[in-house]
Design a protein around this ligand. Structure first.
Ligand SMILES: NC(=O)c1ccc[n+]([C@@H]2O[C@H](COP(=O)([O-])OP(=O)(O)OC[C@H]3O[C@@H](n4cnc5c(N)ncnc54)[C@H](O)[C@@H]3O)[C@@H](O)[C@H]2O)c1
Ligand SMILES: [Zn+2]
Length: 364
């Protein structure tokens, strides 16, 4: 299936999202129609390349990759300016110029780094994304945010640079470690809570199919998530307001990640953050108890935590979220669920309310 995102600008831009299974075999041919004569340089996550190279060789992509393949050792610690410089140098040596384009094949780290590089290489060249993790397929590859980390914080250097097209192939998820699938599921649950009750019900009854990597189930889930993310990005590309709804669970989630010095993984942190948001919503009478229970149950089906580790006190968490470097202005925005499939942006949250919710969810 193909979704076309329409983005404002002069001239208006489009970004196609192509979702399916078995797309990879014909990717070079599909890409050709987007390149408009440009030469593609492929930057592959090295782990993914090692897992997939034999199959790629069989599919006779050879001509496409000859002299145009760069391997990137993707990991969060390597999501740095130094990596961007290193890849830029490799491109320069290989002869990439303003008529080139980049193709990122990998998870969110590769996508963010390559997108950033494309936005600045020779003052900007087009790029394409081929996300290979669940998180990258349902979240990071769509929307045009690119960036790298600083020691002072994650994603503090970055740009908006929309990919010309994004190919999501469920096939890739077959080699994804279970832990990565689990982490990505937190974003899937988040997306369903934001805008798709039908997807939610599907998740409630298809955890096993997803765990078994049944391709139909994966395509179903990725498609539903991309439809929502694309809609949000189309209406607020640069996160001046509406796009904030994608941050459900992330305010407390980021605070927990930072407090734990990233021992708590992103998906786990987001799951806890969503439960906190749902608890706040319950206390405000926005949602019914049953919806909070359903959220906890769905998270538990994926072994995503629903209680906050006791070593972090509510006060510490509030301090951490107030000092988040990426916070905009003085107002603290909190995305709260209204029911499954709908959220609201709340900017009048009282810290006492938050402290109570955090205390009531503190684990033993
Ligand atoms: N740009 C955005 O809007 C946005 C949104 C959310 C997250 N992000 C960023 O995304 C990053 C996290 O992305 P991620 O979770 O995909 O991490 P990642 O890119 O580090 O990938 C996770 C691990 O899985 C491996 N891997 C990737 N695909 C595989 C496959 N098909 N089979 C086997 N192994 C595979 C990678 O080599 C890596 O070891 C973070 O840096 C985060 O800041 C960006
Ligand atoms: Zn996230």
């Amino acid at each position: 299936m193909k979704l076309t995102m329409n983005l404002p600008g002069i001239p208006p831009r489009t970004s196609d999202v192509i979702i399916g299974e078995g797309l990879l075999q014909d990717l070079p041919a599909a890409l050709r129609s987007y390149l408009e004569g440009r030469v593609a340089y492929w930057i592959w996550d090295e782990n993914v390349w090692n897992l997939w190279k034999e199959r790629i060789e069989k599919w006779s992509w050879g001509e496409w990759l000859k002299g145009h393949l760069i391997l990137f050792p993707a990991s969060e610690p390597n999501k740095r300016l130094a990596a961007v410089e290193e890849l830029g140098r490799q491109l320069a040596v290989a002869g990439a110029d303003r008529e080139s384009a980049l193709v990122a094949v990998g998870g969110g780290v590769t996508g963010d780094v390559v997108g950033f590089l494309a936005s600045i290489y020779m003052r900007g060249i087009p790029h394409f994304q081929v996300p290979t993790t669940l998180l990258a397929q349902v979240d990071s590859s769509v929307g045009g945010k690119t960036g790298v980390d600083l020691p002072e914080g994650k994603n503090l250097l970055g740009t908006f640079h929309q990919p010309g097209a994004i190919w999501m192939d469920a096939q890739f998820l077959e080699t994804l470690p279970d832990e990565q699938l689990r982490q990505g599921m937190a974003e899937v649950i988040k997306t369903a809570m934001i805008g798709d009750e039908v997807l939610w019900k599907y998740l409630e009854s298809h955890s096993e199919a997803i765990k078994k990597r049944e391709r139909d189930a994966l395509v179903r889930v990725v498609t539903a998530c991309c439809i929502i993310k694309a809609k949000v990005v189309e209406s607020d590309e640069r996160e001046s307001g509406y796009r904030r709804i994608l941050n459900l669970g992330h305010t407390v989630g980021h605070a927990l990640e930072r407090l734990s010095e990233y021992r708590i993984r992103h998906g786990d942190a987001v799951a806890m953050g969503m439960v906190v948001a749902a608890k706040l919503a319950l206390k405000r009478g926005l949602i019914i108890r049953g919806d909070l229970d359903r959220l906890e149950k769905l998270c538990e089906a994926w072994e995503l935590p629903v209680r906050i580790p006791p070593e972090f006190s509510p006060k510490e968490i509030i301090f951490a979220l107030k000092t988040d470097k990426k916070r905009v202005g003085k107002t603290l925005h909190f995305i709260l669920p209204v029911r499954i499939g709908e959220v609201m942006d709340c900017d009048d949250l009282d810290m006492g309310e938050l402290e109570d919710a955090l205390a009531s969810l503190r684990g033993k």
